[in-house]
Design a protein around this ligand. Sequence first.
Ligand code: ZN
Length: 326
Amino acid sequence: MAYPTGSPPLLIGIDVGGTKIAGAVIEAPREHTFTDVRVLAQSSRPARRGPDALIDDVAALVNTLVAQLPPGSGTVAAIGIGTPGAVDETTGDVNDIANLAIGHVPLASAIRARCGMPVTVENDVNAAAVGAARLVEDGRAAGETIAFLNLGTGLAAGIIRDGELDRGSSNTVGEIGHIPVEPHRWRCACGQVGCLETAGSGGAATRLWPYASPPMPAILEAARNTGHPHHKQAVEVRDTIIAAIADAIDVLAVTVDPNIIIIGGGMAKTGAPLLDAIRAELRRRGNTSGFINALNLPARLRLAPTDLPVGAIGAALGAMHVPAAA
Ligand SMILES: [Zn+2]
């Protein structure tokens, strides 16, 4: 996006979730610079079910965001949307958004028609990976390989190499939550048994610890507190969840070998106690394995920012290179 003079164009990012749709407006960053991302407006609204509701909600959120812009702001050049489901980035069509009961929605063309702007659509984890890579301090160095591990309802990763998303041949890169390795052999929504995400995800934590919402801060606290009525259970649940997350990190290390691994998604809002627990497990593995120890994984871990709409910002950044005709 070229703009030698004047104020930079603005980009709108929309992050479609299972319960809420978040949006942000940012200034398009200048190419090849790593200045901070400027967020000019942000808003969210509850997500409703069905394709027509999704189109109405995204269009309404775009209008809300534009109305919030300070006077004298630049003009909005494009909209980027991150969404769960099977995304065709070339058409902007999306299939199978299970949490919103959507079989098919022509999201890009519908929003383009409603808002009169170019629209790109990206898988939600990939969009969050782009946002996190830009927002985390040492995620900005050009040429780095970055893995973003999303601990949300499920478990999945987004991979960035040399500043570009790696999608593979069929958009399956990073779906490591469906590697069946977990010894408890819980049944997964994908049809397999023992998938990593049946133990190492926010959805798993909610299932295993029905006493608190969000569960993860409470699990870590009860596991530390020997006087807690559910202390023993908390230790078991914590170890099960953290072991599966460490397995996912091992998988990323030996398949992608990223410079940094950014932990994001809803569970990452637990903050430092979660990072400490994961690092402790990785160190424990390193103590009995010279191979794992040499990978130096605890030092590669980062936490995605918890105070910024990472997914919406990443979706907006993804709209930077959209052709004007799109
Ligand atoms: Zn699975």
